[in-house]
Ligand binder design. Structure first.
Ligand SMILES: O=c1ccn([C@@H]2O[C@H](COP(=O)(O)O)[C@@H](O)[C@H]2O)c(=O)[nH]1
Length: 272
């Protein structure tokens, strides 16, 4: 999916919601556990309940890898089930020496047909560019993440330029790819930095995790992060998919997604 198509979906749905499929067997409703593939069944019902409001789905790969071959099977079935006009993100946070990155890219872009993958920039240019060699596929580079540990390295400042490490990542990586292929992860818990990050990357989409369970403010993210083509995909995982752990989990997810979409619709009119 290209940037124009993504923006069209956002305009059609008045939403920039990404639903995170962090599907955890210890958290899903008990009545699903006896089924052949409870993870897929949970995801199937969540997708059906939220697809009217979601412009992206983001399975976090750790939750599937942890289950071994069965988990990969549930992931493949989930990816297949997501409607074609909805953007898909493999939240895998990969990145290695070039020939290894190339195979990570092949795994997520060819063996599985994800639209995008999250990539860690720490190993530099030759670890990121192999992911950019796939037509129509996106790299979502970790820039300023939502966790407290992000302060350890991402805020380290270069004495000469005064630039923080995360700012360098954003500036340098824009030389490797255009905003048609490169997004950045920016935590909603970093709302105080979003205005600055938008200055550094005016045209790139940001994937923003950290609203909902992590407490980030959707309004602040929207106020400082929206650009002329929206430029935001705001993710909520636990806040939507585990809003009930009873038999009504899908209806509860539908209500949560709708609430977020209603706010997004207001912010698109107010701030874009
Ligand atoms: O900076 C980051 C990068 C990735 N994540 C991932 O996003 C979701 C957030 O889940 P919630 O339940 O909505 O908190 C999860 O998959 C994280 O691994 C992040 O939170 N922060």
């Amino acid at each position: 999916m290209n940037k124009v198509q993504l923006f069209q979906q956002i305009q059609k749905k008045h939403s920039y919601l990404c639903v995170g499929l962090d599907t955890d067997l210890s958290k899903i409703p008990a009545h699903l556990l006896g089924l052949e593939d409870p993870v897929f069944e949970f995801n199937r019902q969540i997708i059906d309940a939220t697809k009217e409001y979601a412009v992206a789905y983001k399975p976090n790969i750790a939750f599937y890898e942890a289950l071994g071959p069965k988990g990969w099977e549930s992931l493949a079935k989930t990816l297949e089930y997501i409607p074609n006009d909805i953007f898909t993100i493999a939240d895998a946070k990969r990145g290695d020496i070039g020939n290894t990155s190339k195979l990570y890219a092949k795994a997520f872009f060819e063996t599985m047909n994800f639209d995008s993958i999250t990539v860690a920039p720490y190993m530099g240019e030759d670890s990121v560019t192999p992911f950019l060699e796939f037509d129509g596929k996106w790299v979502i580079l970790l820039a300023h993440t939502s966790n407290t540990g992000s302060n350890d390295f991402q805020l380290l400042t270069d004495r000469e330029t005064g630039q923080a490490f995360y700012e360098k990542v954003i500036l340098k990586s824009q030389k490797w790819a255009s905003s048609d292929q490169l997004m950045f992860v920016v935590g909603a818990t970093r709302a105080d930095k979003i205005e600055r990050i938008r200055e550094l990357a005016p045209d790139n989409f940001f994937l923003v995790p950290g609203v909902g369970a992590q407490g980030g403010s959707l309004e602040d993210v929207s106020k400082y992060g929206l650009n002329k083509e929206c430029g935001l995909l705001v993710n909520s995982s636990r806040g939507i998919i585990y809003s009930s752990n009873g038999e009504d989990f899908a209806e509860a997810a539908n209500r949560e997604a709708l609430k977020i979409r209603e706010d997004m619709s207001i912010y698109l009119d107010k701030y874009m």
